[in-house]
Ligand binder design. Structure first.
Ligand code: F6P
Length: 541
């Protein structure tokens, strides 16, 4: 049995889960009038209502005890102190340093990294300013108006999500596009209506070796060269790089003056607030980008200093462990009632699943408990008309995070009231359900009544803030980063590596070689051989 299962709090939680299995949220609310008041916590402009969870004070006590038995606080302090908590890569995981005010000191290998962070931010600020005021000119002397970010994974999802989330604050004179897929269609559609002499490519890649990004970056350079009549000098006016790999950037043909660096202690999925955020800074402006960073920092400080009992990321992280390991929940839905957050669930998928999709502990032992759940979601109210049916009446337990704001950025008539009414009603319906007696009392025929019953007892959190501002977004992202960290600490896994993506990458290189050299013998399993053989023919038709 794993060390985690042997912990006292874990065993107490097993007993708690059994006791709660027969209790309905209806009963918990009826027996405890102070529930909503007690199960509420605020931080960094966000309010978490967590009364609709299948728990009592005793459950929470044991969850906090588990966190302490697992050393959550010490692990957190080690991360904030710049220790090499990413043990499989012998690196610090210091995304919190990216949003630390200049006067703070955070050391990696004895050197303070905060001044470097602010030096890069200063250069980004100057460049973003030049683009925004139209003084950065393309090869024909026309100002840059189009920005195309080329990147994938953490070098794409953060920038896209932030652009969509903060669109209200963006400079509408600029056209922002994002290219990630190695499918050329992505590039072709992104540039089809753009003038090359008004287009800036931001090549965003921590390693500057990622197949998709480098393939797209070369296509972008060819596209530009064709328009610029092969003038290599045009590259300096139309390309910048965001990377940790100066050598590869120079080899590509981008000078280090046009490169905005970051560091190996920033994981790809934790990098949208590093130079990878250059497209965001250009879109919303340097001051709004500073507000975004400030929002991250306020949540960081809350996570670092608040007692676990009042600690928003710790509470949400522990509730996730509760459902994953004691109720068999396999997924976690994130449902923003805010159209601007439409890419937030996709962003969270990389953040959470690349981090906590792990099957061995930090010491390499196979776990005997479930780790990271599948994250998914869509904005409300759209999801209500597609997949909510399964959440309400299906056979799976799906904890939901509802995210909503007090005020719309586009207020008009009753729209926002209707939006928020739906969010609140969904949380109520999931928790309270509708009994057979209630259905029959409505005069529904007994034969149809079972179809109309809602079991309820489905848990959810409400995450609420006044308005979707850059500050609120920063705090929200940091909240989920620290939820992931909390869960990894309990599960004793490393949330900062991603070896699981490597095998597919290696095999793809072998397969592409076999596709392009059709005489090469195929020595895979028979299904892989058949697929390659099919494509060798299909690509020639
Ligand atoms: O393949 C996974 C991954 O390494 C992610 O972790 C990362 O965000 C993405 O690829 C892109 O990597 P890079 O920024 O080095 O191009």
């Amino acid at each position: 049995m794993s060390a985690l299962r042997e912990k006292v709090a874990w065993q107490n939680l097993q007993a708690q889960a059994q006791a709660l299995a027969t209790q309905h949220l209806r009963d918990l609310f009826a027996a405890d009038p102070g529930r909503a008041e007690r199960y509420r916590v605020e931080a960094a402009g966000w309010r978490l209502d967590y009364a609709r969870h299948r728990m009592t004070d005793q459950t929470l006590e044991q969850l906090f005890a588990l966190a302490r038995e697992c050393g959550l606080e010490a692990r957190r302090d080690a991360m904030f102190a710049g220790e090499k908590v990413n043990t499989t890569e012998q690196r610090a995981a210091l995304h919190i340093a990216l949003r630390t005010p200049p006067r703070r000191v955070i050391k990696v290998d004895g050197a303070n990294v905060v001044p470097e962070v602010h030096a890069v931010l200063k250069r980004m600020r100057q460049f973003a300013g030049a683009i925004r005021e139209g003084s950065w000119l393309g090869f024909s002397g026309r100002p840059i108006r189009n920005i195309v970010n080329i990147g994938i994974g953490g070098s794409d999802l953060g920038p896209v999500m932030a652009y969509e989330a903060l669109r209200h604050y963006t400079d509408r004179k600029l056209t922002m596009r994002f290219v990630s897929n190695v499918d050329y269609t992505d590039f072709a559609e992104a540039v089809h209506d753009l003038r090359p002499d008004e287009t800036l490519f931001i090549v965003a890649s921590k390693t500057f070796t990622t197949l998709e990004t480098m393939t797209n970056a070369h296509s972008a350079r060819d596209w530009l060269m064709q328009a610029a009549g092969g003038d290599k000098g045009a590259v300096a006016k139309h390309f910048v790089a965001l990377s940790t790999n100066a050598k590869a950037v120079t080899e590509f043909g981008i000078s280090t003056e046009q490169m905005y660096g970051f560091w190996d202690w920033v994981g790809g999925r934790y990098s949208m607030d590093s130079s990878i955020g250059l497209s965001s800074m250009i879109a919303i402006g340097p001051d709004a980008f500073a507000d975004l960073l400030a929002g991250f920092h306020v949540m960081d400080e809350h996570f670092r200093t608040a007692p676990l009992e009042r600690n928003l990321p710790a509470i949400m992280g522990l509730l996730g462990v509760w459902y994953t390991d004691f109720f068999g929940a396999e997924t976690q839905a994130v449902l923003p009632y805010e159209q601007y957050l439409k890419r937030f669930p996709a962003y969270l998928q990389q953040l959470t699943m690349e981090s906590n999709g792990k099957h061995v502990t930090i010491d390499g032992a196979q776990v005997d408990y479930a780790t990271g759940p599948v994250y998914w979601g869509e904005p409300g109210t759209n999801g209500q008309h597609s997949f909510y049916q399964l959440i309400h009446q299906g056979t799976r337990l799906i904890p939901c995070d509802f995210v909503g704001f007090g005020q719309s950025l586009n207020p008009s008539g009753r729209h926002h009231d209707l939006l928020l009414a739906n969010m609140i009603a969904q949380a109520e319906a999931l928790a309270m359900g509708k009994t057979l007696e209630q259905v029959l009392a409505e005069g529904i025929d007994a034969s149809l009544a079972p179809h109309r019953v809602f079991e309820g007892n489905r848990p959810s959190s409400l995450l609420l803030a006044d308005r979707l501002t850059p500050h609120a977004l920063g705090a929200l992202i940091a909240l989920y980063e620290h939820i992931v960290f909390t869960q990894a600490a309990i599960w004793d896994i490393n949330p900062f590596d991603q070896w699981g993506v490597e095998l597919g990458k290696q095999l793809a290189l072998r397969v592409v070689d076999e596709i392009e050299s059709p005489r090469k013998p195929l020595n895979h399993d028979s299904a892989t051989n058949a697929a390659i053989a099919w494509y060798r023919k299909a690509r020639r038709k």
